[in-house]
Design a protein around this ligand. Structure first.
Ligand SMILES: C[S@@+](CC[C@H](N)C(=O)[O-])C[C@H]1O[C@@H](n2cnc3c(N)ncnc32)[C@H](O)[C@@H]1O
Length: 264
């Protein structure tokens, strides 16, 4: 299976993740706030990146709670200072086991679409929740690419999704999440997808442009270079209006009475 595409340890990748955090932390925090976080919760984040959400959760729970921030590569997590009740660990969400019935909250953002085995990861999270615990997942869905009114932008996102499939990435995963979480035995709350429309030169434009650049060597000739150039050009043009990938936040609760040994 292809390795994680954006595995670079360099400053550009840190900057790209910083942009992503600024764009998605507010939506992610709203999904978590809807749960009425308890100060004694034990929480786990998979693929935590820079750890901004883990740090926020650790502050939010307070000293009686605990957050385990994990990533396949803890390069950025271990470089930032974090609250005393937050621990950093290397963890491969696909291959490493999770303890059974251990967490009140598990959260995952912008990771599952990179994992062909994502449905197994969702199941594993279901088993790792305590009865009554909640899984909150935030992932993209590029189906919204067709809402772009400028045909080359639509064609760009279609080509991007085709390239993603070749790399084992499902940029259209978002809308599949509620069903997969339900199949994992979780009680899924009503869900809304956010689909930002943004101008060239905005934070979204910068993030997507950096992402396309970061994929550069792996893109090869999978996307017509003319389309890539038009995409970058529009991303820098304040008069261009584009439609982002949709971003969905899904919450699923393990039944309070679920017996040890797994979600029902
Ligand atoms: C797109 S970044 C998202 C980071 C962060 N969740 C965010 O939304 O800001 C994906 C993260 O998942 C991590 N990752 C990739 N494959 C992984 C795996 N198999 N297990 C755990 N983390 C993984 C990467 O190292 C990276 O930090």
């Amino acid at each position: 299976m292809p390795s994680y595409v954006f595995a670079s340890n360099d400053d550009r990748e840190r900057h790209r993740l910083r942009c992503l955090a600024r764009l998605l932390d507010p939506m992610h925090r709203r999904a978590l706030e809807a749960l009425e976080i308890d100060s004694r919760w034990h929480a786990l984040e998979l693929g935590a990146g820079l750890g901004t959400m883990s740090a926020w959760l650790a502050h939010r729970t307070g000293p009686a709670g605990h957050v385990l921030a994990t990533d396949l590569n803890t390069r950025f997590l271990s470089q930032v200072s974090h609250p005393d009740n937050m621990t950093v660990e290397r963890l491969d969400a696909v291959h490493d086991p999770l303890p059974e019935s251990a967490f009140d909250l598990i959260t995952v953002r912008a990771l599952l679409h990179h994992l062909p085995e994502w449905r197994q990861v969702v199941k594993k999270c279901g088993h790792a929740l305590k009865p009554g615990g909640t899984l909150v997942v935030v992932e993209p869905d590029a189906t919204s690419g067709m809402l772009n009114v400028v045909p080359p932008h639509q064609r760009f996102w279609s080509a991007w999704c085709r390239w993603g499939r070749r790399e084992g990435i499902d940029f259209r995963l978002g809308h599949k999440l509620p069903g997969a979480m339900h199949a994992a035995g979780l009680d899924v709350a009503d869900t809304v997808m956010e689909v930002p429309f943004y101008h060239g030169g905005s934070a979204w434009a910068e993030f997507y442009s950096q992402t396309v650049d970061a994929a550069g060597p792996r893109l090869g000739d999978a996307i017509d270079p003319g389309l890539v150039a038009a995409f970058h050009e529009a991303s820098a043009d304040p008069d261009a209006l584009m439609c982002s990938l949709g971003w969905i936040a899904v919450s699923g609760r393990r039944a309070p009475g679920a017996c040890k040994g797994g979600a029902p």
